[in-house]
Design a protein around this ligand. Structure first.
Ligand SMILES: [Zn+2]
Ligand SMILES: [Zn+2]
Length: 253
């Protein structure tokens, strides 16, 4: 759909159903809704972008203003199967509330807002190298039925739709979740690792990887320790010759 038709359609929808802020339910002006869908200015002001100072491996943001690439103490002693992760915003406050409403409150439209928030990850120049297969972190089929959608797949679609010029992204839902797990957020770190053992599988039919190896971009809503995306990456490394595996998320826990 062209930008103009989309704007007209948006205006009509906005007139029929004035959009509300997904965090505080304040009605939004049409112009606001176009630039930051479902987010008012006051709520936006409380969001904290990860910014430019973050771990070059796990993506954890830090207060310091130094610019030297570094690896942080949170992941320095761990083997991660991803090459690197990049997150857009800190997973606290309004960001966390919005994500909660998106996933558990049947507010699927918030995917559009998270798509805009995901624009932040393109600050990382390593993501601009050529083309990627985009692989959403899968939900277990039972949870998918309960929720009606896989949030990571919605985010992957938005990421692809809004990708900057010169970056080619194609959706490749290669993974399945074969074990239903306790929500990661409810577990401590050691239990998280045990909880994720043998959770993911690759689908049976996979396309041949490019000769130089596949470049894969995993998409998740929240990255906390990096264990989930690392487990996904480990499974993909068994199925393909891999050039690079990166992971992106809207929030960093
Ligand atoms: Zn608000
Ligand atoms: Zn790190």
């Amino acid at each position: 759909m062209s930008g103009r038709v989309s704007r007209v359609r948006q205006a009509v929808i906005g007139w029929l159903y004035p959009p509300l802020c997904g965090a505080c339910d304040l009605p939004l002006e049409a112009e606001r809704q176009l630039s930051k869908p479902f987010l008012c200015g006051d709520c936006e002001a409380t969001l904290v972008p990860i910014g430019s100072h973050y771990c070059r491996v796990c993506g954890q943001g830090f207060e310091s203003t130094g610019t030297v690439p570094f690896r942080c103490a949170n992941c320095g002693d761990r083997e991660l199967a991803i090459d690197f992760a990049v997150s857009a915003y800190r997973g606290s406050g309004v960001g966390r509330d919005l994500m909660h409403r998106f996933k558990y409150g049947r507010q699927r439209q918030l995917g559009r807002l998270f798509g805009v928030m995901l624009d932040e990850v393109w600050r990382d120049e390593r993501l601009h190298e050529g083309s990627w297969w985009v692989v959403p972190v899968p939900l277990h089929p039972r949870r998918l039925r309960e929720r009606g959608f896989n949030q990571s797949r919605e985010l992957a679609r938005e990421l692809i739709r809004r990708a900057p010029a010169g970056v080619r992204l194609t959706l490749q839902p290669f993974l399945r979740r074969v074990k239903q797990t306790t929500r990661q957020a409810q577990l401590d770190r050691r239990d998280r690792l045990a909880n994720l053992y043998d959770v993911f599988e690759s689908r049976k039919k996979l396309p041949p990887a490019p000769a130089e190896g596949a470049r894969i971009l995993l998409v998740d809503d929240v990255i906390t320790t990096g264990t989930t995306v690392s487990e996904c990456a480990a499974v993909l490394r068994e199925g393909f010759k891999i050039k690079k595996i990166a992971a992106v998320s809207v929030l960093r826990g």
